[in-house]
Design a protein around this ligand. Structure first.
Ligand SMILES: [Zn+2]
Ligand SMILES: [Zn+2]
Length: 382
């Protein structure tokens, strides 16, 4: 992209090459596209664009109609197909130097081992399902159809900073949101284990482990984009948790520009000013912080999922390793114990059944000494 002096400020220009753009207003960027494109480009109904005839091609390329017709034949999609219709797409020639075929071959070979090792197949199916489950989906209710010219933003939500593994570089969720959606729609779509924690020690009465998960108890959260903290203030118990940071920044001249606070529920993505590729922040449960990056902004296409109720739409989710019960080694752990006289490890993980069988008698009386905490496995989201 050429950056001339007269360029519209709402066309993203890369501030640091290959890293992030300058600040753009999302909605205005969308308007620029909608002003320049034709209705047929924006249309979400069946592909109405017809292929140009030989005459048009000849005129565009400045060649004879004969050459144009030959070119069209050579460049047609049909010419990409293998001549031999009977060819088995799963058999890849040994001497093939195409990298893509090499990758495909590896995948096919791994799949053959699926019978012995269940994991690669399950992971592959899972990733594939997440990515494609909504491609081209139409809404059941026509009122839920995504509007023509709607913007689609791709967001990477990284692992929480408190995670030791993957925290810097691996997005644990990639989602598509619509420009007209509220920030709170994204907030509600982010699943993080911190929201599912149950606080407290329950060894004396495990059945009392409250149904109330942290998400229901502590509802405050914010997004941070370009100097503004967008706080979730939808419920009476919500607090402006950005206040401490803003006060800290203002308490002395710390070299930050003035931060502002706003209500998350009052803003859509179209209202935002952002840099594409820049690391922003999502913070919830007090200190569970995730880096959030907007990696792409584009117009909706007829082959996208057109059911707006399915947005924010997850298209990638990292596969979580589940931690199994120490006893049965089969079920996902639900309890973690400390100082446990009956356990070989400290901490030790148990499923609900094994935990209760080992630690309580038939009347539910506690056996031995231990501390017990409800455990929520990140793999719950797989
Ligand atoms: Zn979190
Ligand atoms: Zn078990």
């Amino acid at each position: 992209m050429q950056c001339g002096a007269i360029m519209d400020p709402n066309i993203p220009v890369y501030e640091v090459t290959d890293v992030n753009t300058d600040v753009v207003h999302v909605g205005s960027f969308g308007n620029l596209w909608r002003e320049r494109l034709f209705n047929c480009d924006l249309s979400l109904s069946e592909d109405t664009t017809h292929l140009p005839g030989d005459k048009d091609v000849a005129q565009d390329l400045g060649c004879t109609e004969e050459i144009a017709s030959e070119l069209k034949l050579l460049c047609s999609v049909d010419s990409l197909k293998s001549n031999d219709e009977e060819d088995d797409p799963e058999s890849i020639p040994e001497d093939c130097s195409l990298l893509t075929l090499g990758i495909r071959k590896n995948v096919l070979e791994r799949r053959k081992e699926v019978i012995i090792i269940d994991r690669p197949g399950r992971q592959e199916t899972f990733l594939h399902e997440v990515e494609f489950h909504a491609v081209g989906k139409m809404p059941e209710n026509p009122a839920d159809l995504v509007e023509e010219g709607e913007l689609v933003l791709t967001l990477n939500i990284m692992y929480p900073v408190i995670f030791r593994k993957h925290k810097e570089y691996k997005p644990f969720q990639t989602v598509l949101v619509l420009g007209s959606q509220k920030l709170t729609d994204l907030r509600d779509a982010i699943c993080c284990v911190s929201d599912l924690q149950i606080g407290g020690e329950f060894s004396s009465n495990p059945d009392l482990a409250p149904e109330n998960i942290c998400k229901d108890l502590f509802k405050s959260a914010f997004f941070y984009f370009e100097g503004i903290f967008y706080n979730d203030m939808r419920y009476p118990e919500c607090r402006d948790i950005s206040r401490t940071t803003i006060d800290w920044a203002e308490s002395r001249d710390r070299g930050y520009k003035k931060f502002e606070a706003a209500k998350m529920e009052d803003y859509t993505f179209n209202d935002l000013k952002i840099k594409i590729g820049f690391p922003y922040l999502y913070c919830h449960q007090g200190d569970c912080e995730h880096v959030v990056t907007i990696t792409d902004i584009r117009l909706i296409h007829r082959e996208d999922c057109l059911d707006r109720t399915l947005y924010p739409l997850p298209i990638k989710r990292h596969w979580f390793w589940t931690r199994k019960c120490f006893v049965c080694k089969m079920y996902i752990a639900r309890w973690v114990t400390n100082n446990d006289s009956l356990a070989p490890d400290d901490p030790c993980l148990f499923c609900d059944v094994c935990f209760k069988m080992l630690h309580y008698d038939a009347d539910g009386n506690k056996l031995g000494e231990f501390l017990a905490y409800p455990y929520v496995d990140p793999g719950t989201f797989n």
